[in-house]
Design a protein around this ligand. Structure first.
Ligand code: ATP
Length: 304
């Protein structure tokens, strides 16, 4: 018997970053939106813990105990004093090191898959607490939809969304390390007064109304200057998407994936085509948001 869980990628429509704390982390006001690009994690009983991965970026995914899917299985097994004897297979469609929380998605997916396979019956609260131990973005991968994350981004409040948002994503030719982008943020911030991060009320209202124009006017990413500083070529990708009619163009999270909010699927197709023709990125994908969080897709869950 195997269990397969599907988990979405995310884009940050607001990423407000505070000054570095004494522990090195930053306080964030992070507005997450789950988008319809998915990894699938399949867990099958095995003699010992093993991770395999398929997909265009599979070669960049660690297959040892540092893989977030493996860490999730180990964390749940440790709480139940059982062996994490499973084969975790990741069908990877979310870009690796792309600022779309792909590793976090696999962590949340493996956790839900193992809980289902082992019948460990963890409550939502326990699953969320294990997710928060695994990483700041992991709780959001479990819940999906739209949410405000504060603290390191892991303390979540669900947000209302009033409609479907259409997005185009341009994947870059190489990745960016999230810690390196935060270090660059600190370097650029030296000597400046960094205000405490807060969610923008206009942005939350735009999400709640499903108003793409209002959302486009309010999206922001405090990590964007740091990502552009480390990866200056991204500016040309952002320009190409804007010139093709995107309502907003921004770096997704710590980058280097760039995200383009568009009015409708037709405009999305035009922006995607222009980005492909620009030669400034590796691949281009379209997706809608909000997407549901981690969910069991096989065996098909029995209706409640
Ligand atoms: P975030 O948006 O949460 O900052 P990201 O999307 O930029 O993350 P990930 O794809 O999560 O980046 O990968 C970051 C690093 O994490 C990878 O370079 C890899 O070494 C490691 N990693 C651990 N587990 C995984 C996994 N299951 N999939 C991909 N990368 C993983």
């Amino acid at each position: 018997m195997s269990v397969t869980v599907r988990v979405p990628a995310k884009v940050n429509v607001q990423l407000a970053v505070g000054a570095a704390r004494p522990d090195g982390f930053h306080d964030l006001a992070n507005v997450f939106l789950a988008v319809g690009l998915y990894d699938e994690v399949t867990v099958t009983p095995a003699d010992e813990l093993r991770v395999t991965c398929e997909g265009p970026d599979a070669g960049q995914v660690p297959l040892d105990g540092t893989n977030l899917a493996a860490r999730a299985a180990i964390a749940l097994a440790a709480r139940r004093a059982i062996e994490p004897a499973v084969h975790l297979h990741i069908a990877k469609d979310i870009p690796v090191a792309g600022g779309m929380a792909g590793g976090s998605a696999d962590g949340a997916g493996a956790l839900l898959a193992c809980d289902t396979l082992w019948g460990t019956g963890a409550s939502r609260a326990e699953l969320l607490s294990i997710c928060a131990e695994l990483g700041s973005d992991v709780p959001f991968s479990l819940v999906g939809g739209a949410a405000l994350g504060v603290g390191r981004g892991e303390r979540l409040t669900a947000l209302e969304t009033g409609g479907t948002f259409h997005w185009v994503f341009a994947m870059a030719g190489r990745g960016l390390s999230t810690p390196a982008v935060f270090r660059e943020f600190d370097r650029l911030a030296e000597g400046r007064d960094i205000p405490a991060p807060v969610a923008a009320p206009d942005l939350l209202e735009a999400l709640a109304k499903g108003d793409a124009d209002a959302l486009a006017a309010t999206v922001s990413n405090d990590l964007q200057p740091a990502a552009l500083s480390l990866f200056p070529e991204l500016a040309a990708t952002l320009d190409a998407g804007r010139a093709a009619g995107a309502l907003a163009a921004l770096v997704s999270g710590s980058g280097p994936t760039t995200a383009f909010l568009v009015r409708d699927p037709d405009s999305g197709a035009e922006v995607a085509e222009a980005l492909r023709a620009s030669g400034t990125c590796r691949t281009v994908r379209t997706a809608t948001a909000p997407a549901p969080g981690a969910s069991v897709v096989a065996p098909a869950p029995t209706p409640a």
